[in-house]
Ligand binder design. Structure first.
Ligand SMILES: NC(=O)c1ccc[n+]([C@@H]2O[C@H](COP(=O)([O-])OP(=O)(O)OC[C@H]3O[C@@H](n4cnc5c(N)ncnc54)[C@H](OP(=O)(O)O)[C@@H]3O)[C@@H](O)[C@H]2O)c1
Length: 311
């Protein structure tokens, strides 16, 4: 594992450079080539667009048997065809599920556990929506998609993940701005702001990563959260058009954004469990004490998710 260099520590304090292609460009010189991972079964959610699509393609290129999880059949099948054509890897399959719906998430988990054991699960699907929206199950959409479905999917497939396997939660640097609020997981109080709701779900992913890392240590399962930086994807241009235009040419390419995801799923380098990664290096999980949760908040988060998921 690479230690933070002095340059990296300075970069870390300047979000504009750290999170953009400038940061990636300055750090990538230390990156080692990725190993072949022939036949490893890797499940990627949100594999039909942006970072998930690139990560799935690159993992397929390394030889993995990739399961693409998408919600749109046409898009998912086109993604599979595209990946097979580019990589020559035929071991690409598609699973359909709208992850904002827990019934579909549970059905997906059941299908996955009926198949061969899983080497790595990448919880990548995510949304940032402008207005508070409820799903047909009465769940707030951002919470359901970005956090609750990851919780349900991961908890349900856990017995089917190989000992020594990996779980990768695609979080965001946005989580630095928010503290978890377990008493209001569905954003019912106060004015709804899409970016704040998004950031709180991303904070929740980081907390779950730490909790799972501890509980799964005896099975040798490595659990990681990662931050892709600011990357040029349909998700960013659709949800944050002004930001996307403002940062413009400094945005990372999807390949640069997905790099740490692919590295975490494939590397033979030492990866300590429970960390938050950007550019193959663990980063702090807080920039201010204001976002730090208490131990009882962590317990309340898991209880709240369990209750909402009706597990
Ligand atoms: N790009 C960045 O700069 C950035 C920065 C920080 C964090 N992230 C995180 O990185 C992840 C990928 O983002 P991206 O930028 O690649 O966005 P994207 O291009 O919008 O891709 C998001 C993926 O999630 C899927 N998805 C969304 N809602 C879903 C649902 N209800 N059920 C199933 N799948 C669903 C989308 O499916 P469809 O193709 O059907 O829409 C798509 O495949 C997200 O978790 C995001 O929060 C991205």
């Amino acid at each position: 594992m690479k230690q933070n260099s002095r340059l990296d520590q300075i970069l870390d304090r300047t979000l504009l450079f750290s999170f953009t292609s400038v940061g990636y460009g300055l750090r990538k010189g230390n990156f080692k080539p990725l190993p072949r991972i022939e036949g490893r079964r890797i499940v990627v959610t949100g594999a039909t667009s942006g970072l998930g699509l690139v990560a799935a393609r690159e993992l397929a290129d390394l030889g993995a048997a990739v399961v693409l999880v998408g919600r749109n059949q046409v898009k998912a099948e086109e993604a599979a065809r595209q990946i097979q054509r580019i990589t020559g890897n035929e071991a690409i399959s598609v699973e359909l599920a709208d992850l904002s719906l827990m019934a579909e998430t549970r059905a997906l988990a059941d299908r996955l556990t009926a198949g061969p054991p899983i080497d790595a699960l990448i919880n990548n699907a995510g949304v940032l929506v402008a207005a508070r929206t409820e799903t047909s199950e009465g769940l707030e959409l951002t919470l359901a998609t970005n956090l609750l479905s990851h919780y349900v999917l991961t908890e349900t497939v856990l017995p089917h993940i190989k000992d020594g396997g990996r779980i990768i939660n695609v979080s965001s640097g946005g989580m630095y701005s928010q503290r978890i609020r377990p008493a209001d997981l569905q954003f019912k109080t106060g004015e709804y702001t899409g970016t704040a709701a998004y950031a709180r779900t991303k904070r929740g992913q980081v907390i779950l990563t730490e909790i799972w890392a501890e509980s799964l240590a005896d099975r040798g399962i490595t659990v990681s959260a990662m931050h892709p930086g600011w990357s040029d994807t349909p998700g960013v241009s659709d949800s944050l058009p002004t930001f996307s235009k403002l940062i413009g040419p400094l945005l990372r390419s999807p390949e640069e954004g997905a790099d740490t995801m692919v590295w975490l799923a494939s590397t033979e380098e030492e990866v300590p469990s429970g960390k938050f990664w950007l550019d193959r290096t663990p980063r702090p999980t807080h920039m201010t004490d204001k976002t730090k949760e208490r131990p009882e908040d962590r317990v309340a988060l898991v209880e709240g998710l369990r209750r909402l998921a009706e597990l």
